[in-house]
Design a protein. Structure first.
Length: 134
């Protein structure tokens, strides 16, 4: 009985921690992009300020990462680089961590490119990045 009570208490705490994180994420989105509505994305998104942006290297070209989620990434494309459908690279973050990026171009507008990732960035990594924004 004690183990059931402990498991239930843990799940309740985890639920509220998850809800708190979602609230923080929405607050970050509202602050950084003049967002004014409910969050409709299925994954949390980390939006980076210009001085904290990670770098994405693809075929020897380096690009600033504007935002990431578990299944997507948007980067600033100031170069005249033509990409095929599939893109592979490595993103390096301010704390020195890096992750492999594999995905397909979703859209390209002006100097921004969005990728839908084939690999998934772990939720724990996204949570770590969100905690470093403040």
């Amino acid at each position: 009985r004690d183990s059931i009570t402990a498991a239930l208490a843990f799940n309740i705490k985890a639920f509220f921690a998850h809800q708190h994180t979602k609230t923080e994420t929405t607050a970050v989105l509202k602050q950084t992009s003049n967002y004014n509505g409910p969050e409709k994305r299925s994954h949390y998104r980390v939006v980076y300020s210009p001085n904290r942006r990670p770098w994405l290297v693809i075929n020897g070209y380096a690009f600033e990462v504007a935002d990431i989620s578990q299944k997507g990434l948007r980067f600033l494309d100031h170069k005249d680089v033509v990409f095929g459908g599939k893109v592979e690279g490595k993103a390096t973050f301010m704390d020195g961590d890096s992750i492999d990026i594999i995905g397909n171009i979703e859209w390209k507008k002006a100097e921004q490119t969005s990728l839908i990732l084939s690999n998934t960035i772990p939720h724990s990594f996204i949570k770590k990045e969100l905690s470093q924004l403040t």
